[in-house]
Design a protein around this ligand. Structure first.
Ligand code: FE
Ligand code: FE
Ligand code: ZN
Length: 280
């Protein structure tokens, strides 16, 4: 069954977010756990969460994606910023455990000139500190565009993170189509080869979600600029091919395209019309 949705705001609460999901024709979605620039999380409104859980059950929502603030940098040079990232990460995991099923997606971080290996060591130190056998939500490392000193622009870097984890079973991958294209993986002309490389280096069993975005810039540009579906360099046919690929078609697809709710609703309907599996 097609699992599709877009990035939504939960500023008005989870129930309001669930209503936006329904309005856009979605059965999953992504939201920021707090202001994307970091800062304090709002206190949990358990009544709102209970209402949302009831709606999610009634409407059979699929696993949601909680996105960490993108300023969280577990491999910062500054020890205080690394500690801050660790604290936010642990707090977010404790909070989202109250929601219906959700993955916790995060950007591995930027090593800011310390070198990729040091960056990876710091990221693993945080994950090894925070993740326990009791961690309920699967954590997803997002594939990155390799902009600046970002860690995660190469499949090998994500593999190296997983290899250093005490509890690797708690971690999966979210593949962002714009990011991998920007990182130089040609999912437009060589999707089979890219998936084979993912399988060889990371293993497709780790792949848990797709950020389905078009990209503004050409292959390998390392820019990370998302475009509306069909209006970028990846294009609708390639995105449709990804959505229908036998190895990918059961994954959740989240749109992070520059749109308001009406724009996302149109894109979700467009993608549904091209899905070759069951849509509901
Ligand atoms: Fe992201
Ligand atoms: Fe993304
Ligand atoms: Zn991005």
């Amino acid at each position: 069954m097609l699992k599709i949705g877009c990035h939504l705001s939960n500023a008005k609460g989870f129930l309001a977010m669930g209503q936006d999901m329904l309005a856009s024709g979605a059965n999953t979605c992504q939201f920021f756990t707090r202001n994307p620039r970091g800062g304090n999380a709002k206190a949990l409104n358990l009544k709102d969460i209970t209402s949302f859980c009831a709606l999610a059950q009634k409407e059979r929502f699929y696993t949601l994606i909680a996105h960490a603030p993108y300023t969280l940098n577990p491999c910062s040079k500054d020890a205080h910023l690394r500690e801050f990232a660790t604290r936010i990460f642990a707090e977010d995991l404790a909070n989202i455990a109250h929601l219906p099923a959700a993955y916790y997606n995060f950007h591995p971080g930027s090593h800011v000139g310390q070198g990729i290996e040091t960056g990876i060591d710091y990221i693993c130190a945080m994950l090894n500190q925070v993740l326990t056998k009791d961690t309920k939500n699967l954590v997803l490392l997002e594939t990155m565009s390799g902009k600046g000193s970002e860690v995660g622009g190469k499949f090998e870097e994500l593999r190296a993170i997983i290899d250093q984890l005490k509890l690797p079973e708690k971690v999966g991958i979210c593949l962002d189509t714009c990011h991998v294209f920007d990182a130089g993986y040609d999912i437009v002309h060589h999707l089979e080869e890219v998936l084979a490389e993912f399988e060889r280096i990371i293993g497709l069993e780790r792949l848990k979600a797709i950020h389905l975005n078009d990209g503004l810039n050409p292959l390998g540009s390392h820019k990370d600029r998302h475009a509306k579906i069909g209006q970028g360099q990846i294009g609708l046919p390639a995105l449709v091919q990804i959505m229908n690929h036998p190895l990918l078609q059961e994954l959740p697809f989240i749109l992070e395209t520059p749109n308001d709710l009406a724009g996302h609703t149109t894109e979700i309907a467009l993608l549904k019309s091209h899905y070759q599996g069951q849509t509901c």
